[in-house]
Design a protein around this ligand. Sequence first.
Ligand SMILES: [Zn+2]
Length: 148
Amino acid sequence: MLISVHATIGAVIGEKIHYSLFAFALAFLSHFILDIIPHGDKALIKAYRSNFKNKAMLYLIVFDIISTIILLGLMFYFHKLTYSPSVLWGIIGGVLPDFMVAVHEISHKHFNRARKAHDFFHEKLNWSIPLNLSLIYQIIILYLLLRH
Ligand SMILES: [Zn+2]
């Protein structure tokens, strides 16, 4: 799933649950559950793992991080989200699993168990959908989340 989807769901969890630790834990768990839904990145990950010079996955990640920062900034600016510690912890919990996987991919040693757990959920369903289709449904999810 896009980091922006994980971050937004984490933020919404943080808005509903005002206890930061619970918001963090629930958002963290939500990441793994959401990643079960096929979201079109299987081909890119495979291409990246078989040839580390394949930069398509990295471009998607950079685009994803930048768009997440812009989206969160706009949500706070237009009061679609209200800043609070639990919202912040929800966002952190929502994106942390992907951050741990990234650290593992770079270091090849840290967060090995987190990466295995992430892969387990990520590859739970053995079917995939095209990336462009998944981007459309993820944008719809974002729209529905922000309509409240
Ligand atoms: Zn993930």
